[in-house]
Design a binder for this molecule. Structure first.
Ligand code: 48H
Length: 314
């Protein structure tokens, strides 16, 4: 019987089966049987320890999964109601999120893609370099992003460092970023934009008919870039008249760098109660020119909208 327990332990562990040397003085008498039993028990104890390790491994798997699930749901349940919900983790949204969090506001950013950072990673036409104006140095310093002088009042930097620096800075300031989550609708209550409707991006991509979840917010920022998706939802779906010359979305104009950079800042504003726009979304809403791969305007737009939201929030 002892032998079969030992064999069982060995097989369970996938261990090499080493026959136990019998007691050399095996005389077949009672003492010898006791001696051999002792030796077998020792072997079994050795394998029992291995069995214990195996159980520990099982617990380790459970521990990892539980830690991830608990951590995510703590983050999500902490953000069911926030001060500011931001759609889109591009440069303007991340700078706004950073300033708002630094001012003590609870901020959640919902980013459709797996990697936050928006249009920053690819620099210009996938040359992973970014250019900004030198007056944004304080913002770069806030995020500890390295840059070099490019002459004539411009700075340049590695777009990967720029993107990752903005993301890290925002997270470190206390912003919750939920990646691979799309904002697919707004909450519109009592003539005020009061939150966002969210769904896992892959669910939408798979075309599954799954109902979304809701995050309520005192302020919602459209940082979705060129398409200004949240402002489109507000005007087309909720029929809200927003603060533009036409009361609706005017549409982005073609390239004019100087004008685009200036109008991005001018167009950064509150669109209607509860809804704000920054970056290229602000430009699309108010009909500004595009400016290509220069990002100073986006950073300044993020800062401006954070200031406006802070003035509006109780
Ligand atoms: C969740 C969404 C949704 C949604 C979109 O485009 P971005 O980088 O945004 P900005 O405005 O901060 O920066 C614009 C800049 O990158 C740029 O494109 C420039 C300077 N262009 C000039 C030119 O001439 O072309 O980031 C927006 C982010 C992206 O990461 C999207 O995935 C995300 O928003 N997003 N997230 N829910 N419904 N829609």
């Amino acid at each position: 019987m002892l032998f079969s327990i030992w064999l069982g332990c060995s097989l369970y562990e996938g261990a090499e089966i080493i026959p136990i040397e019998p007691d050399p003085d095996n005389t077949g008498g009672r003492e010898s049987i006791a001696l051999n039993t002792g030796r077998y028990l020792k072997q079994i104890l050795k394998y029992k320890n291995l069995l214990f390790l195996y159980t520990k491994e099982e617990k380790m798997e459970e521990k990892i999964t539980k830690t991830i699930i608990q951590g995510y749901f703590e983050k999500l349940s902490d953000c069911l109601h926030v001060d500011v919900a931001i759609a889109g983790a591009g440069p303007s949204g991340l700078v706004a999120a950073f300033d708002l969090a630094k001012a003590g506001k609870k901020v959640a950013v919902f980013e459709r893609k797996l990697a936050p950072g928006g249009g920053v990673w690819g620099g210009g036409m996938l040359f992973n370099e970014v250019v900004v104006q030198e007056d944004v140095i304080p913002i770069l310093k806030d995020f500890c992003i390295n840059y070099r002088d490019a002459g004539d009042g411009y700075l340049a930097m590695d777009s990967v460092e720029f993107a990752s620096g903005l993301i890290y800075g925002a997270c470190h300031a206390g912003v919750r970023i939920f990646n691979a989550v799309s904002v697919e609708d707004i909450v519109f209550k009592g003539n005020k934009v009061s939150g966002v409707v969210i769904l896992w991006t892959p669910v939408g991509l798979a075309g599954m008919h799954v109902d979304p979840l809701v995050i309520t917010a005192k302020a919602v920022l459209d940082g979705t870039g060129h398409p200004s998706e949240i402002a489109v939802l507000a005007t087309k779906k909720a029929g809200i008249k927003i603060d533009t010359k036409t009361g609706g979305i005017m549409g982005e104009k073609p390239m004019w760098v100087e004008s685009g950079e200036a109008s991005t800042i001018e167009n950064t504003k509150r669109l209607c109660p509860g809804l704000y726009a920054s970056g290229m979304a602000a430009n699309n809403v108010s009909g500004g020119f595009r400016m290509g791969p220069i990002f100073g305007g986006m950073l300044k737009s993020g800062k401006k909208i954070a200031r406006i939201i802070l003035e509006d929030l109780p």
